[in-house]
Design a protein around this ligand. Structure first.
Ligand SMILES: Nc1ncnc2c1ncn2[C@@H]1O[C@H](COP(=O)(O)OP(=O)(O)O)[C@@H](O)[C@H]1O
Ligand SMILES: Cc1ncc(COP(=O)(O)O)c(N)n1
Length: 259
């Protein structure tokens, strides 16, 4: 069985973070291990607060689990603090890990800012280059690449590709759930190619919670199974569309996914 290591935050309501990620890996018939970066106070309406785990304790956990289970892929979600992000880079430099997928969670769907500016700079210039692929949504991509994105036209994508080369970012999947229009389009940009996938948009993206977490985890799971990035993206897209179609209301706030 393929093993996916999840590095992410804890959302006690289960709509995002490790609780959701573990369910996604399991639903795709793979094994999930997890190191928690931070605890959040959160329900289906919004994020209220965040407390990062002690970075030394976090690093100790990560090192032990990496050495022991030897994961086939890594999904990195909410990091919680600059110190934890630095600990992850240290471990990535020490062990030869494959299929490192980073979902750059800068802000929650409900508007909670997870990263201060110094932290964002570290992610942009030190963290992302240590990963194989990053999966920003529209707003995150605007911050990371310092561009305004109205749609995924050729000029925007080429300018992002140029910036990726300068920043040492190997591959990037731009998620288009928050773009206007009837279609949910995502684009995989490598340093030499651009590949688009589409699905019919269902419901209202801002009213669904956890789609980015589930997306990056499913993608990491397909990579662990040996899919190349293009096939992993096609399978992830189909899987996410199905999860969104079956999303449900479990509290008074946003719809959640139920893998
Ligand atoms: N309303 C929707 N209908 C269908 N697919 C969607 C919808 N909203 C988002 N998606 C898809 O879900 C995934 C997560 O995208 P997005 O919502 O943009 O990221 P995030 O959750 O990080 O903000 C992408 O594959 C995106 O295209
Ligand atoms: C622990 C944790 N990780 C990630 C997110 C982002 O997810 P979303 O953008 O759907 O709020 C979150 N709210 N909580």
């Amino acid at each position: 069985m393929k093993k996916v290591l999840i590095i992410a935050g804890f959302d006690p309501s289960g709509g995002a973070g490790v609780l959701l990620d573990v369910k996604v890996v399991r639903a795709l018939n793979s094994y999930a291990a997890s190191v928690v970066t931070s605890l959040t106070v959160q329900d289906t309406q919004r994020v209220y607060d965040l407390k990062p785990i002690d970075p030394h304790f976090f690093e100790y956990q990560l090192q032990k689990v990496v050495e022991d289970i030897k994961p086939d892929s890594l999904k990195i979600g909410l990091l919680g603090s600059l110190e934890i992000a630095k600990a992850v880079v240290k471990i990535l430099g020490k062990y030869d890990l494959e299929n490192v997928v980073c979902d750059p969670v800068l802000r929650s769907t409900s508007g909670f800012e997870f990263c201060k500016s110094e932290f964002v700079e570290f992610l942009k210039y030190d963290f992302f280059k240590a990963c194989d692929v990053i999966t920003p949504n529209k707003n995150e991509a605007e911050v990371i690449f310092d561009v305004e994105i109205k749609d995924f036209d050729e000029d925007v994508l080429s300018s992002i590709q140029e910036k990726m080369k300068k920043m040492g970012i190997k591959s990037c999947i731009l998620k288009g759930g928050h773009l206007l229009g009837e279609v949910a389009e995502d684009v995989l940009i490598t340093q030499s190619s651009i590949f688009r996938v589409y699905a019919k948009k269902q419901g209202f993206t801002d009213n669904i919670h956890g789609t980015g977490c589930a997306f990056s985890t499913a993608f990491a799971t397909f990579l662990a199974k040996g899919y190349n990035m293009y096939d992993a993206l096609k399978s992830t897209k189909e899987y996410i569309s199905n999860l969104i179609y079956n999303s449900t209301k479990i509290g008074s706030g946003k719809l959640i996914l139920n893998p």
